[in-house]
Design a protein around this ligand. Structure first.
Ligand code: PHE
Length: 337
């Protein structure tokens, strides 16, 4: 077989194998076998010396021709496998879409949002304070005596540096009055912490919403009107309100307020223990001692303050029997809202 025939055979082999190669590795394997250093072409080039003189020009031309053929077949093959690889990664627009689950707001968050919406319509603005409080804002400025039981380490979480996890949202009253001049009309939702033993109605971590209104000539009647309006908006027009005398260090007079039982509409049931009323929280007229602590003139200004337990309202609204459901994050529970 002449060298020319052998070169033709090599070109033939390239034409047969390169279009069949399925990926870059296969192309490379063929390249190595044909023109790699140990491949066919270098071996044939060594035979050039043995070719008779008169055949040399034709053989040389054939050699170049075959080299070009192999190069161009290699290029084609590489381009082809590169395109195929790209298409394999491409998005298949004919596939059905993947459905994404839409998240829901936690019932606590929803109740806060709804309460805030109602009070904003009544002219209140949202105020905020830190979860990590100091004794001054959580107790002293709120006129709480040094020996008051709520300060006990059995009831309050203290940090080694003397700060504490706020036990109520009432310190936001102080922080607001320190920074703003009346008229003040704020609501402050937030987390609170107490060392309670968890049960169906107690959690060490719970939420309150604080309300504070400071202006001239503010009375208990104003407070009652605002809370009644809130009760109507939140639970319906047939819900009434009543005040009972109570004590808080930072209000005088202090009251606890009840709404008509939203379950039995006042007839008496197991939720209201037959009374027809539900305890909501505490409120009262801001004690002049508190005004003094924040540098406001108690002769010029008066105000009311109220608190509300968010969990209590969420549980009433959704008929939830145990506060712990709200914190277990069981998706089967949360999906219902
Ligand atoms: N901070 C009180 C509590 O946690 C509630 C309250 C708020 C009472 C505002 C009076 C005025 O029980």
């Amino acid at each position: 077989m002449s060298l020319i025939d052998k070169l033709d055979a090599l070109a033939e082999k390239a034409r047969a194998e390169l279009p069949q190669a399925q990926n870059a590795e296969a192309v490379e394997a063929v390249r190595i076998s044909l023109i790699g250093r140990q491949g066919m072409l270098p071996a044939l080039m060594k035979e050039m010396g043995k070719v008779p003189k008169e055949d040399k020009p034709a053989t040389g031309r054939k050699l170049n021709e075959v080299k070009n053929v192999v190069e161009s077949l290699l290029n084609d093959a590489l381009k082809r496998v590169a395109t195929a690889a790209k298409q394999a990664d491409a998005i298949d627009v004919t596939l059905p879409g993947r459905q994404r689950k839409i998240g829901l707001k936690h019932p606590i968050t929803r109740v806060i949002d709804d309460i805030v919406t109602i009070f904003r319509r009544l002219g209140f603005v949202v105020a905020d304070g830190p979860d990590l409080e100091d004794e001054f804002h959580n107790f002293d400025a709120l006129n709480t005596p040094k020996d008051h039981p709520s300060r006990d380490i059995k009831d309050t979480f203290y940090l080694p540096d003397g700060r504490l996890l706020r036990t109520q949202t009432s310190p936001v009253q102080i922080r607001t009055m320190e920074n703003e001049k009346p008229p003040i009309r704020i609501i402050a939702p937030g987390r609170c912490f107490r060392r309670d033993t968890p049960d169906a109605t107690h959690s060490m971590n719970f939420h309150q919403i604080e309300g504070l209104y400071v202006d001239k000539n503010v009375s208990l009647a104003d407070l009652k009107a605002v809370l009644l309006e809130f009760a109507h908006e939140m639970f319906g027009k047939d819900v009434g309100i009543r005040f009972r005398p109570h004590f808080f260090p930072f209000t005088e007079p202090s009251i606890e307020y009840d709404f008509t039982c939203v379950m039995c509409k006042g007839k008496g049931c197991s939720v209201c223990k037959g009374s027809g009323w539900l305890e909501i929280s505490g409120a009262g007229i801001v004690d002049p001692a508190v005004f003094k602590n924040v540098g406001l003139d108690a002769d010029e200004y008066s105000g009311y303050a109220f608190g509300m337990g968010i969990e209590r309202i969420a549980m009433l609204r959704h008929k939830i029997g145990d506060i712990r459901y709200l914190y277990e994050n069981d998706i089967r529970f949360l999906e219902q809202f």
